[in-house]
Design a protein around this ligand. Sequence first.
Ligand code: XMP
Length: 318
Amino acid sequence: TWTPDAFVDTTVSELKEKIGDDKVILGLSGGVDSTVAAVLLHKAIGENLYCIFVDNGLLRKNEFQSVLTQYEGMGLNVKGVNASARFLDELAGENDPEKKRKIIGRVFIEVFDDESHLVEDAKWLAQGTIYPDVIESVSATGGPSATIKSHHNVGGLPDYMKLDVVEPLRMLFKDEVRRVGASMGIDPELLGRHPFPGPGLAIRILGDITPEKVSILQEVDAIFVNGLKEWGLYDKVWQAGAMLLPVNSVGVMGDERTYEKCVALRAVESTDGMTADWVNLPYEFLQKTSNDIINKVRGVNRVVYDISSKPPATIEWE
Ligand code: XMP
């Protein structure tokens, strides 16, 4: 029978055998899969694992610094790369959701390629691919890797994509990845994190992105997500986040008329993200959260709660 401890033992010795004294590059995202893959590889090859964690400027509030510190505390050889300005510059003025995704995908590849060139003589690219990703990428429409390559079909592949690929989690389902992570002592809070999309807050800011909109949404999102944790609701929800709508509405503050932004909160139950149901959060929680957001976040005067299921409404609004 499969146990996480046995998986760790076997995989670590296989990785040692396969990789020897070679250098390996791995992109960390802050998510469960890349973190578990990194810790496994670190156990096998130590400092020869070079982790790269890119800040695209579209992460949650304080996320980059706090996750980076956590990675360092785990002993990983990790480099944090702040590329926020580069991403936000390239996104400026773009309204179309798919074009925003493409820009983010392309800039990520450029930044990651630049960084991987700094690791001399790297032989391997490690990825936190899990079994459902493997299935998805062989499906007829092409999965994430197909999309990545389409961004870069001018001038051939970036150099890091020519490295040999090592994917220690490719036979595992998500719950097995979490169990493997737990058996290696990874913080349960990190292992229990909600999914977060690669393009981050870019697809939760409807329309064009500005640094000001990003910081408004980071504040709103932090109040919502921290509230879920304080109320013991976080683990009952599969994914949660806030959307900044391209809508201003009228409000009053004191004797003044305001004309400010509206945010939508979304919390869903799901097993794999393919279908989802909105979560029946307690009214008291929604009431408190809405008041906190409107009182604390300048520029927002209205909060709505999304009560749409998927299908047809996707989890993200873009
Ligand atoms: P939707 O919005 O399609 O989302 O119902 C389903 C799941 O996928 C995530 N998602 C993405 N993840 N890149 C990602 O890495 C993307 O472009 C992207 N779009 C959606 C979403 O957060 C949810 O978990």
